[in-house]
Design a protein around this ligand. Structure first.
Ligand SMILES: [Zn+2]
Length: 86
C-alpha cells in the first residue's frame, strides 16, 4: 500500500499555501504582501504611543535592506487593515 496520492497532494498543497487570515473587521480573506518603507537610519520599531522624538520604541526590524524596511503581512484594502508578521 503506497498511500493515497490525492491525499498527499492535498496535504502538500495545504502546506505550501496555508489559508490566508481573515480580516478582523469584515471577515474577508486577506491578501498577502509586504509593507515597505524607507529607513536610511535604523530599522522599524513598535511604539505603544507616538513619540515626538521616536524614543522608547521596541525594534522589530533591525537592519534595512538597501535603505528599505520590508515586513511581510496581509492586507484588507476595503477596511484598510494590515496584519504584519515580523
Ligand atoms: Zn476587511
Amino acid at each position: 500500500m503506497g498511500g493515497n496520492p490525492r491525499r498527499s497532494e492535498l496535504l502538500e498543497a495545504l502546506g505550501l499555501t496555508p489559508p490566508p487570515p481573515h480580516c478582523p473587521k469584515c471577515g474577508a480573506a486577506m491578501a498577502f504582501g509586504a509593507l515597505g518603507t524607507q529607513a536610511f537610519v535604523g530599522g522599524a520599531s513598535w511604539y505603544r504611543e507616538r513619540s515626538a522624538f521616536a524614543v522608547g520604541g521596541e525594534p522589530i526590524v533591525q537592519r534595512p535592506l538597501g535603505g528599505m524596511v520590508w515586513i511581510d503581512g496581509h492586507r484588507c484594502p476595503q477596511c484598510r487593515v494590515l496584519l504584519l508578521d515580523y
